[in-house]
Every structure is written in C-alpha cells, then in structure tokens.
Design a protein around this ligand. Structure first.
Ligand SMILES: Nc1ncnc2c1ncn2[C@@H]1O[C@H](COP(=O)(O)OP(=O)(O)O)[C@@H](O)[C@H]1O
Ligand SMILES: N[C@@H](CC(=O)OP(=O)(O)O)C(=O)O
Length: 557
C-alpha cells in the first residue's frame, strides 16, 4: 500500500481496500490522470495524514519528483489506529447533564461503549447558561449589597452543590469557581454595566463547572478522566464576543495537546463546550448559543476522529421543531448541506456553524437522544440517497427584520445592488434571504448578528438613513422565515405544494427565496401566521399520505 506524491502535489493511491480509497477520495479532490488507476490531488498534507487516522492500516508514503523516487521516504505506520486511540467525540447538551441522575446516566452511556475511546464535550447543566445571563443582567442594576441575593445566583449554587452532594463529590471541586462568580457579579454591580466581554466571562462558569463535576465523578467511579477548559488548550477565536468564530490555528494546537496528554496517560478528556479564547485580548469568548456542537465538530476535525456524536433530548433531527408541532418525525439521514441549512435557518437542534468542520473533514455526525439511546438518531454525511426525498425538514426563524428597498434611480442603472450590500458590509450585518427585481430588493437580516449587539434599533435607523439616499425603504419587523429543506430536483413540486397550502390558509407570502444550492426554499410570512403555516406545511408534506411526499410516481427533473 503506498501513496506516491508527485512534486508534492499529486498522489497515486495503490493497494488500498475500497473503503480506504473512497475515504481518501471523499476528503481530497479526485483527479483522474491517464495511466494512473486512482489519483488524488493533495490539498493539505496534514489533512491527508489526519484522514487516515482511526483507520487500521499500515501505509507507506513515498515522495517522488517526476518519476524519481526521493530518498526521504516517509514510512508512517498508522500506530494511532489501534483500539487505544481516541476514536470519537461525544457531545452532551445541557438537557443531557441537567442533574446528578442525568450525569450518572451519561457516564453509563459512555462506559457502555468500551471499544470507543471518546473525547467528551459538555454543555452547562440544564438552564445554567440562561440563569447566568439573567444573573449578570440583574447584577448590573441591583447594587453590590444585593448580589448575593440574586435568585439566579442562588439557583446556580443550589443546583451545582446539590449535584456534587448526590454524586458524593467534594464541593472543593467547584467552590473556587462559585466564589469567583459571585465576585465577578459584584464587579458588574460596581460598574453598573454588563459588556459583551463580561457577559461571555459570566456564562463560561456554566461549562467550567459541569465539566469539573463530571470529570471528578468519572474518576470517582474508577474511569480516568481529565478536565479541560477549551480556552486553555488552544480554542482560539475571533474577538466577536457572544458569537465568536473558531480560528484555523485551533485545529493543530488542540490536536497536539490532546494527543500528547492521551499518550502520556489514557484519561478521557472532558472538555468545556461553547468556549474559546479571543485572539486579541485573550479573553474568554463564546461561540453563540448552542455552541458546544461546534466545539465537538472542531475536535472531530482536529483529531480526524471517525465519528462525531451530539447527544440531545430528542431522537435526532426531526421533520420540524417538536415544540411547534408534536407530530414531528425523525429524519434518519441528512447531508451536511441540508443540516447546515436547517441549522442556519432556525432549527435549534444544531448550532448554525457546527457542520462546517465536519463537512470539511467528511466526518459523519450522528445526532442522538441521551434519554433514548436505543434510537438510531440522525446520521449526517456528505451524500445520501435522495431518490425518495421531497421535503426533508421544515425550519422556522422568527422575529426577523425585513427590508423592502426600491431604487429611486432610473431603470437598469448599474451599481444599485453593490451599493445596498456595501451599506450592510459597513455595518457588519449579514443578510439571510434576498429577492431582487431590476429596481428593487427585499432582504432579511440575520437576527443572531443583531441580537448580539446593544444598539439594535439605532443601528437599523442608521442603515435605513443610508439606504434612503438611494432608495425608498420599508422596514418590516416581526417577520418569520419558513425554510423548506429538501430535494434539489423537486423544487417546482415543493413550491407548488407549499403555495397551495398557503393559499388554502389565506396567507400571503411576503418574500420568496431559493438559494443557489436549491436545498432550501425560504418563504417569509408575518410572525403571527408562522407557526400555523409550519403545522399546515408539515401536515401536507409529512402526514397526509395521499400527498406529494409519499407519491411513488413522482417525476424527477
Ligand atoms: N428540527 C428539529 N429537530 C429536533 N429538535 C428541534 C428541531 N427544531 C428545534 N428543535 C429543538 O431543539 C432541541 C434540542 O436542541 P438543544 O436544546 O440545543 O439540545 P442540547 O441542549 O441537548 O444540545 C429540542 O429539544 C427541540 O426542542
Ligand atoms: N450552554 C450553552 C452552550 C450549549 O451548547 O448549550 P446546549 O448544548 O445545551 O444547547 C448554551 O446554553 O447555549
């Protein structure tokens, strides 16, 4: 088995089993060259090495310049592939570790797969993040002497101390953090303000405590575990507090740290989800709500693990939010593209950015239910059989802002769209959906980019003021985007069906947008009509057995 590098750029893959060739091919761009059975373009050498980790192969790398084999042959036995190597990442969300009882169950779940050597990512216990945010906000206005009495602070202390007690763990494990948290809240009370930077620091206590408790519990029951704060092991991010992006340098740094520690002693890594360290100020940052999913996929990519599991309180990704419609059904398979669109367009079950690292490294993601571990969950991969798919799932993003912008210039004048988008760029606001005609444009603004700011209304007013220099602008608030994620080859059918449903309900769509990828058709309606529309669409696409989603005689475009 050998991979021959040509000029360090191309590689000929010989002697592998079909699986391995496919996995290499799926990670690296394939190129077929005459005379070569299978040629892959090596985009990143590090990526290639990682892609082979976790696979039980002995592989020899030889560098060749044209036809001459260089002397510096690299022989690399895939020692990392033994059963002793870290193999999967398992992320448990807040609902999975909400109580001592839940922590015990999660520990059992981890120990029930002795063949796997997992990296564990944990969120804060239950609703701790919300409580920390509320405590921070109250501290900014309640006065220093009242901080100790803030209900949310008491709740957090009680929950964590009770958990320690029930698990039989010494409270010293987190008592320092609890004291520090109270001091921090007093500091906020003195300053009478809660900046985004301080807010991130406050919420970080949730994950810092849950991981310490869980690691201590595993050690207590005889399973070696080591706790890590993500911001201390190389999770570097932008300085966008409350919504930071992971920086590239994170991947090699955390891989090195985790591998080195693991090879010195096989203790299960228990890592804080959601947190990072900003590159400029070295302050704690957070990755946006639900960001532990992104922590998990980042670790999966960094270590080239064979699977990323995200454990939730639902059976997997469902056909819509079960809180909106309890008849939502499990979606057994999704592509990365579908999952990313679903997450971006409001399906809370996955963090919007979390699919990126998994897609880049082609590592399958499994969404599973820690309350029902026997359910197979949803498997997310690069490709899947789409022959029977019409609509896969429906997502809803509410309380969004929409702008109707009609040009005041003459018809056909160029530069209008460029000017409009440059205004959004100047204000660092991203746009979700766009629909244009020659003289007008309708668009929706990404609420996550707005919500993390303090002066939302003032910013919007400024944007409108700028736009009014070139256009007539209508600002429409309280709108919802309903996104139908589904089969690219059946978009006409999806549109026909969806508009029939809306017509029957007497709802007028205020905007329609279909991305270039066409896996997503977005319809904008008023907030007040949105949930009812989702229920009606769900019924039409998933429950009415006479309907399109179930027709076997469908024509594919
Ligand atoms: N399409 C969907 N499929 C499954 N769950 C969804 C969907 N849309 C919204 N949800 C909500 O997402 C929740 C799970 O996500 P989340 O709360 O982030 O989990 P965790 O905190 O365990 O990581 C579910 O309880 C459900 O209410
Ligand atoms: N604790 C953080 C991060 C997170 O990922 O949580 P969860 O996995 O419970 O959605 C939050 O509540 O946003």
């Amino acid at each position: 088995m050998a991979i021959l590098f040509q000029m360090g750029v191309q590689a000929r893959v010989t002697g592998f089993g079909k699986d391995c060739q496919t996995s290499i091919g799926s990670l690296l761009k394939k190129q077929y060259v005459p005379g070569f059975k299978h040629v892959v373009r090596v985009s990143k050498k590090r990526g290639l090495f990682q892609s082979l980790r976790g696979r039980n192969l002995r592989i020899c790398f030889q560098r060749v310049a044209s036809t001459v084999v260089e002397k510096d042959e690299i022989e690399w036995q895939n020692a990392d592939c033994s059963a002793e190597q870290l193999s999967i990442v398992m992320k448990f969300g807040g609902s999975s570790v909400a109580t001592a009882e839940r922590m015990r169950e999660v520990a059992n779940l981890i120990l029930s797969c002795p063949d796997e050597k997992p990296v564990i990512v944990l969120s804060a216990m239950g609703k701790t993040t919300n409580k920390l945010l509320q405590a921070g906000e109250k501290a900014a206005s309640c006065g220093v002497s009242n901080v100790s009495g803030i209900d949310e602070l008491r709740f957090i202390k009680d929950l964590h101390l009770k958990t320690l007690n029930e698990l039989g763990i010494d409270k010293a494990v987190i008592s320092g953090l609890l004291e520090e948290l109270e001091q921090l809240l007093k500091g906020i009370a003195v300053m009478k303000e809660l900046t985004v930077r301080t807010r991130d620091y406050v919420v970080s206590f949730g994950e810092c405590m849950s991981t310490r408790i869980f690691a201590e519990y595993l050690n207590k029951i005889g399973t070696k575990a080591r706790q890590y704060d993500a911001f201390d092991i190389g999770f570097m991010t932008t300085d966008d507090f409350t919504n930071a992006d992971i920086l590239e340098e994170t991947y090699p740094t955390i891989a090195k740290r985790l591998r080195e520690d693991w090879s010195s002693s096989h203790a299960i890594p228990i890592i804080t989800g959601f947190l990072g360290k900003g590159s400029n100020f070295s302050a704690v940052t957070t990755l946006g709500r639900g960001g532990s999913d992104l922590t998990a996929t980042t670790i999966g990519k960094a270590l080239g693990l064979k699977e990323i599991q995200v454990w939730k309180d639902v059976d997997g990704v469902l056909t819509c939010d079960p809180n909106i419609h309890p008849q939502a059904e499990l979606v057994p398979y999704l592509t990365f593209e579908e999952a990313a669109e679903l997450a971006y367009f409001g399906a809370q079950v996955l963090h919007p950015q979390s699919m990126r690292p998994a897609r880049e490294s082609a590592i399958p993601v499994r969404v599973r239910n820690s309350y029902n571990p026997h359910s197979p969950g949803t498997l997310i991969t690069k490709e899947r059989d789409m022959s029977k798919a019409v609509v896969t799932s429906i997502a809803l993003k509410s309380s969004i802002t929409m702008l109707d912008i009609a040009s005041t210039r003459m018809l056909g004048k160029y530069g209008f769209l460029a000017k409009v988008f440059s205004i959004f760029q100047d204000w660092h606001i991203s746009v979700d959906c766009v629909a244009t005609s020659e003289v007008s444009i309708s668009l929706t603004l990404d609420p996550s980019k707005l919500c993390s700011r303090e002066l939302i209304q003032q910013e919007l007013d400024h944007i409108v003021e700028e736009l009014e220099k070139i256009a007539v602008v209508k600002l429409l608030q309280n709108r919802s985007i309903i996104s139908l994620i589904g089969n690219v080859h059946r978009s006409s059918l999806v549109l026909e069906k969806a508009f029939n449903v809306l017509r029957r309900k007497g709802v007028n769509s205020q905007m329609l947008s279909q991305g270039a990828s066409k896996v997503n058709i977005s319809i904008v309606v008023h907030d007040s009509e949105a949930k009812e529309c989702v229920r009606a669409l769900h019924y039409a696409f998933f429950e009415n057995t006479n309907d399109f989603n179930h027709e076997s005689s469908l024509e594919t475009n």
